[in-house]
Design a protein around this ligand. Structure first.
Ligand SMILES: [Zn+2]
Length: 152
């Protein structure tokens, strides 16, 4: 997998930067209303592209960088973290940045879910319920269970 430092500049980012520079440099040279309309329509289509991208992601999923299947899903609580339901690999991506491996121990907490509770292994059933109300209820329950077993 790529390290975060080496993968900061991608060909996609470079092309987006070149396109943005071309639009900025072309703006002073626009001469007719039609040219302004074309540029305005092109810029207005960017939010439409973002909405369509979100719709495709919701309907079909995201293509997994590991197995190339459309089975990558976002985590609900951490929107920058993804998990593939086909190959089980874990990835993270911040903004339009590169896909990064999220299988390390640093990222385990993101995939653990909301609850951090674990099974209580130290519990033992109390022998003497005591003289409290809950103790009386427990003693009565145990007595009924014992007499129910003898009646069978
Ligand atoms: Zn996969």
């Amino acid at each position: 997998m790529h390290s975060p430092r080496r993968s900061q500049i991608t060909i996609g980012r470079l092309m987006a930067l070149i396109a943005a520079c071309a639009v900025v440099l072309a703006l002073p040279h626009l001469q007719s209303v039609t040219e302004f309309k074309v540029v305005a329509c092109a810029l207005a289509s960017l939010p439409l592209f973002v909405v369509c991208n979100a719709l495709v992601e919701a309907l079909f999923g995201i293509q997994c960088p590991g197995c190339r299947r459309w089975s990558l899903r976002r985590l609900v609580l951490n929107r920058s973290y993804f998990s593939c339901s086909a190959c089980g690999m874990r990835f993270k991506r911040f903004g339009l940045g590169p896909w990064l491996d999220a299988s390390g121990p640093d990222d385990d907490v993101k995939y653990r879910g909301k609850s951090q509770s674990r099974t209580w292994t130290g519990f033992t059933v109390p022998r003497d319920p005591g003289g409290t109300t809950s103790g009386d209820l427990l003693r009565n329950k145990r007595l009924r269970e014992r007499t129910g077993e003898e009646a069978r």
